[in-house]
Write a protein that binds this ligand. Structure first.
Ligand SMILES: [Zn+2]
Length: 230
């Protein structure tokens, strides 16, 4: 029988491992967003790994295991108000609290506009709720807006508009789309054109440019064995 081995989709864990080891060999320093904001390093080759945990939270384990192998830390944005998972689900909480103990950073992946529109609530109060839910156990210093793939209810414009109020009121130090990040880093994320791909550059292309890299991934698209394992 003829065996088909090739796949159009290359978002697998071996590939994740490959470009991270490439970046390490090229002399990149990996750090969390909190580290970047608190230390303000002038290093030219910083690599920030960001995970937006949108759904299927345990798909993140594969990626964390690669990062553990190289002893590097990422920033994980979690959704306290989501249909798709429960941050306090026994296994999910355990995964996240252990990651925090190991030095990974947990941040808020907010849906404050979406939730406040659907339920006719005050958006700032919704964000306060999200932060309260997380802050009982997690040190949240950063926030980044979630936007569903259907592109409804974008929280980013509102977050930008009210950022100085939100930042001070809740003691935050950054939001994930700060101008500073886009000035200092090459931003890389997944996108659809029409299927899953890198939106602009690939990590390998960015590494060749020898500039700081801010990589945003969604673990539910990354697989070890096959694309439907999670
Ligand atoms: Zn998201």
């Amino acid at each position: 029988m003829h065996k088909i081995t090739s796949s159009y989709n290359f978002f697998n864990i071996k590939y994740y491992d490959k470009f991270i080891s490439e970046a390490i060999n090229e002399g990149y320093s990996f750090m969390t967003l909190k580290e970047f904001y608190t230390k303000k390093p002038d290093n030219l080759k910083i690599f920030i790994l960001r995970h937006d945990l949108d759904q299927k939270p345990h798909s993140l384990e594969n990626m964390l295991n690669v990062e553990r192998k190289y002893n590097i830390k990422s920033t994980i944005f979690v959704r306290p108000l989501a249909k798709e998972y429960n941050v306090y689900g026994y296994d999910t909480f355990k995964m996240l609290i252990n990651a925090q103990k190991e030095g990974y950073e947990i941040g808020l992946h907010t849906s404050f506009i979406e939730f406040s529109i659907i339920n006719k609530l005050d958006p700032i109060k919704v964000m306060e709720t999200e932060l309260n839910i997380l802050r009982n156990y997690f040190d949240i210093l950063g926030v980044t807006p979630h936007r569903d793939i259907n592109y409804m209810y974008n929280s980013l414009p509102e977050l930008e508009k009210s950022w100085s109020i939100i930042k001070n009121k809740f003691g935050l130090i950054y939001q994930g789309y700060d101008k500073l990040l886009f000035e200092r880093f090459i931003y890389i994320n997944e996108g659809f054109n029409p299927h899953l791909c890198w939106r602009n550059k690939t990590p390998e292309q960015a590494i060749k440019m020898k500039q700081s890299i801010y990589l945003n991934t969604h673990s539910h698209w990354w697989f070890k064995d096959h694309a439907f394992e999670h």
